[in-house]
Structure formats: structure tokens, C-alpha cells
Write a protein that binds this ligand. Structure first.
Ligand SMILES: [Zn+2]
Length: 175
């Protein structure tokens, strides 16, 4: 697998035929729309991308993008950092019929006039969609604390937050 700068656009058919895999970064400063939505500069985005053709002959672009964003807490109005991760699995489609036939595991993606996908734009769109609707600190790190939580409810919230031993095991397994 090559470590590279993730190409701005890609021909999905050609990439799939040559089974290209990418592991690389998209510079945060290049993602202008994402920067505008954040309270600070975006960190670089780590991207892994696998291009291929599945057993049904469907061309796919499958991958993951991870970055850290600075957002403004809507409760105490101070900036904080949070990690945003997106997993995606796209398949290029030209017609509505192709979109209709696409298995649920894939999201249809339209190619531009020269048959390419704008990869940076796509990753940026995905990250924007994955941003929290109302950015907020965890209760314990917020300068406003959990003042707005009704006293009677605090106990319930704390009980729910006890780490589940199975969840911890799952995490270890997936490493
Ligand atoms: Zn806060």
C-alpha cells in the first residue's frame, strides 16, 4: 500500500480495475467549507481508500476518513477539539436504474463529465455530514458543567455511563 497525498479526483473505473489502495492525507486547509464550519483550522484528514470490483461486478470505493475538528461548545461557548470519523462505501452510477439496483451496502456517487469523482470534495461532504449537530463538551469537561441537567436525572445519566465490560473487550479485539 502506498502512502500518498490523496488525489483530488479519481477515475473510479480505472482505479477499481487496477485495485488501487491509498493510505494518505488530505490537507485540512484545503477543505474550505469544512474550515468555515469550525472554530479553528481543520487538522489534516487521514484517509484510507480501497478501490475494487466486488463479486457482483460492482465497482466500489471503500474507505475511512478521520480528522480532528475544533468546534465551539454551544453550552459554554468555548472551543474544544473532537475527532470526527467517517466510513464510506461508494459506487459510481450513471443512471437512475443503476442507482435503483445498487445493493444497500453501497451509496451511489455521480461521476463528473470526464468520468471522475472529486475525492476531496466527497470526503469533505462526508465529514460535514458527520459533524455533531449541536457541538458540546462532555458534561465533565464543559465550563457550564451539567447545570442544565435536572437534579433528579443526574443519577440515571451516571448509571448509563458506567463502562460496559463487554464494550471494553470489543474495543480490545478490534485493535
Ligand atoms: Zn462547554
Amino acid at each position: 500500500m502506498q502512502t500518498v497525498k490523496i488525489p483530488v479526483s479519481i477515475d473510479p473505473l480505472r482505479a477499481a480495475q487496477s485495485c488501487l489502495d491509498f493510505q494518505g492525507t488530505v490537507l485540512g486547509k484545503q477543505l474550505k467549507r469544512l474550515n468555515e464550519l469550525c472554530a479553528g483550522d481543520c487538522s489534516n484528514v487521514s484517509v484510507s481508500l480501497e478501490c475494487g470490483v466486488d463479486i457482483q461486478g460492482i465497482v466500489y470505493l471503500k474507505g475511512k476518513a478521520v480528522t480532528e475538528l475544533t468546534l465551539e461548545c454551544q453550552r459554554c461557548m468555548t472551543p474544544y477539539n473532537t475527532e470526527v470519523t467517517v466510513d464510506f462505501c461508494f459506487s459510481p452510477c450513471k443512471t437512475q436504474a443503476e442507482i435503483d439496483e445498487l445493493p444497500e451496502a453501497y451509496d451511489p456517487i455521480e461521476c463528473n463529465e470526464i468520468g471522475e469523482i472529486r475525492l476531496h470534495q466527497l470526503i469533505e461532504d462526508e465529514l460535514i455530514t458527520a459533524m455533531p449537530l449541536i457541538p458540546m463538551h462532555d458534561d465533565k469537561s464543559c465550563h457550564q458543567g451539567s447545570k442544565d441537567v435536572v437534579v433528579g436525572e443526574i443519577k440515571v445519566v451516571q448509571e448509563e455511563e458506567k463502562p460496559n465490560p463487554f464494550a471494553v473487550l470489543e474495543k480490545l479485539k478490534s485493535k
